[in-house]
Design a protein around this ligand. Structure first.
Ligand code: FUB
Length: 339
């Protein structure tokens, strides 16, 4: 299958539309893809990975990204357009370093790019930048969103027109430093036999620039209605929130981090609780992966990343897309991360 730069896939001769997988681009490293359909086109808002020469650690210091590009395509197997740098750290007064996984939303013809970055005191905050076009460029607000913390914002528009931001990530993402939205002294994860830390959710203000309420912690429960425990590394939330709706149900999806899976939990309202359902994607090449799920022209797609094209360098990742399929009961068919 031909790609935007003419190379062939190492994984599959099939097009995405035939059940294959596709790397979006191979000339730069990108990760953490947030895919959206705006005006009938598919737009992808990823992190832009670079080799900053910083050694790998559990704090994620090696993820030293400095700007964002936006990508678009008219169909899933078609040409991918790179719209170039749409926001960089020098244009955002509050940013110190590490522009991590972004997301975007549209409201009333304006486009909002949400991005986490460490401020000048090395604390992760979430910022917002605005454009008249989905492909940017974006102009950042002078300060981060009030009351924001941690990483990986994902903004979901519900059918009633309300927007919610889901966010948070443990370890390098600093979520363990907070309880009930407030910074705490000890800053550690709970003991293994205690409920795991949960992702955060807050409804957005009408102007999309602030939270309309204090963030709340989401509960992810097992099938017996018990919260997943901090020691349950195979299932507990680590980072990479992504919310969407399928057949009237809310699907909250996330990464398990150190066990390298993408999982999902379902519920009946945007605040949860959500009940753990299973694995969407088995481990990929590389430490992290991070997903978005979107319906485009009548089919569902999983966007994610792996580090295969850099030979496994986890700070140099590439975005892939493959079709996502459901069973009749609404469960998701698990995808092989190595395919
Ligand atoms: O890209 C930096 C971090 O790696 C993201 O914020 C996480 O979701 C993980 O993919």
């Amino acid at each position: 299958m031909a790609f935007s730069n003419g190379h062939k896939s190492e994984q599959s001769d099939k097009k995405v539309s035939e059940g294959g997988t596709r790397y979006l681009v191979k000339d730069i490293y990108i990760a953490d893809p947030s895919a959206h359909v705006f005006n009938g086109k598919l737009y992808v808002y990823p992190s832009h990975d670079i080799d900053a020469g910083i050694p790998q650690d559990d704090n994620g210091d090696h993820f030293a990204m400095r700007d964002y590009h936006v990508f678009s395509m008219d169909n899933i197997d078609g040409k991918v357009t790179d719209h170039g740098v749409v926001l960089d750290e020098d244009s955002v007064p509050w940013v110190g370093r590490q522009m991590w996984a972004p997301d975007a939303a549209e409201k009333d013809g304006k486009y909002y790019l949400y991005f986490p970055a460490k401020d000048k005191t090395d604390i992760f905050r979430i910022g917002v930048a605005v454009s008249d076009k989905p492909e940017g460029p974006f102009k950042a607000e002078p300060d981060p969103i009030r009351g924001s913390f941690s990483i990986d914002p994902a903004v979901f528009k519900d059918d009633d027109g309300k927007y919610y931001m889901y966010f948070g990530g443990i370890w390098g993402g600093q979520l363990q430093r907070y309880r009930n939205g407030k910074a705490i002294e000890c800053g550690k994860e709970p003991a293994d036999n205690k409920p795991a830390l949960g992702p955060q959710v807050a409804r957005m203000s009408d102007d999309m620039l602030q939270f309309a309420e204090a963030p709340k912690t989401i509960q992810i429960l097992d099938k017996n209605g018990k919260p997943l425990l901090a020691g349950d590394h195979d299932r507990r939330f680590f980072e990479a929130s992504w919310m969407y709706k399928y057949n009237g149900k809310y699907y909250f999806t996330y990464s398990t981090g150190d066990t390298h899976k993408l999982c999902y939990a379902t519920g009946d309202n945007p605040y949860g609780p959500f009940t753990y359902q299973g694995v969407i994607l088995t481990p990929v090449v590389g430490w992290t992966t991070h997903q978005s799920i979107v319906e485009f022209k009548g089919k569902w797609y999983l966007f994610y990343h792996d580090a295969r094209l850099s030979g496994g360098k986890t700070w140099l990742r590439s975005v892939k897309v493959t079709e996502l399929k459901y069973n009749k009961d609404g469960s998701i068919q698990t995808i092989d991360g190595k395919k």
